[in-house]
Design a protein around this ligand. Structure first.
Ligand code: ATP
Ligand code: MG
Length: 171
């Protein structure tokens, strides 16, 4: 099964992000991420066998992560897959630390494909026609995070669907 580690936004923020996705779609086109799919990926694990997935779920469920706050104040785009996202003007140091700490621990599970470059972001649009984000409204949102989620991604005809398999406890 296809898995990744992520942070899930609190409900109020999820709605605010959904509204931004709406605005962005009106301008940039493409496919809007459904509200309940909005997330921040910390580590993409790819295809994982069932037994290993169960061990990962237990590991996530038994741990806690330090709490933090992520400031979302920038629009961005990834050209090749046509992604429009929101994130920080610079990578948030706390998230970068969390990303690094997780990948160190993931090595114990045999995951060694940590990406060289981590840009914390929340994807709002896929296959956008326009990647110009300059005219979009400025934003300044805060994402208080405290729990890590292990998420399964199912490939469906109209895009991926996600299901949370485990969450860490609150710090
Ligand atoms: P789809 O690939 O079907 O369009 P998706 O990208 O939402 O949908 P996944 O590919 O399963 O679904 O990815 C799950 C999460 O992991 C997404 O946030 C995605 O951006 C991220 N991700 C996928 N592949 C990588 C990768 N190689 N490196 C880093 N993050 C990745
Ligand atoms: Mg993908």
């Amino acid at each position: 099964m296809r898995l990744f580690l992520a942070l899930e936004p609190p409900e109020t923020l999820r709605q605010q992000l959904g509204e931004l996705a709406e605005l962005a779609q009106a301008r940039c086109g493409g496919r809007r991420m459904p509200d309940d799919s909005l997330h921040l990926t910390l580590a993409f694990l790819g295809e994982v066998a069932e037994e290993r997935a169960a061990a990962l779920a237990a590991w996530v469920g038994e741990r806690s992560i330090p709490a933090g706050e992520w400031r979302l104040d920038a629009w961005g785009a990834f050209r090749r897959p046509g992604i429009v996202w929101v994130g920080g003007q610079t990578p948030d140091p706390e998230l970068v630390r969390l990303h690094e700490a997780l990948w160190k621990e993931l090595a114990a599970f045999g995951f060694n494909h940590r990406p060289g470059h981590f840009v914390p972001h929340v994807t709002l649009l896929r296959r956008a026609h326009h990647l110009e984000t300059r005219g979009l409204p400025s934003l300044d949102l805060v994402w208080p995070w405290r729990r890590l989620s292990l998420v399964r991604s199912f490939t469906e005809k109209d895009g991926a669907r996600y299901a949370t398999l485990a969450r860490s406890s609150s710090a």
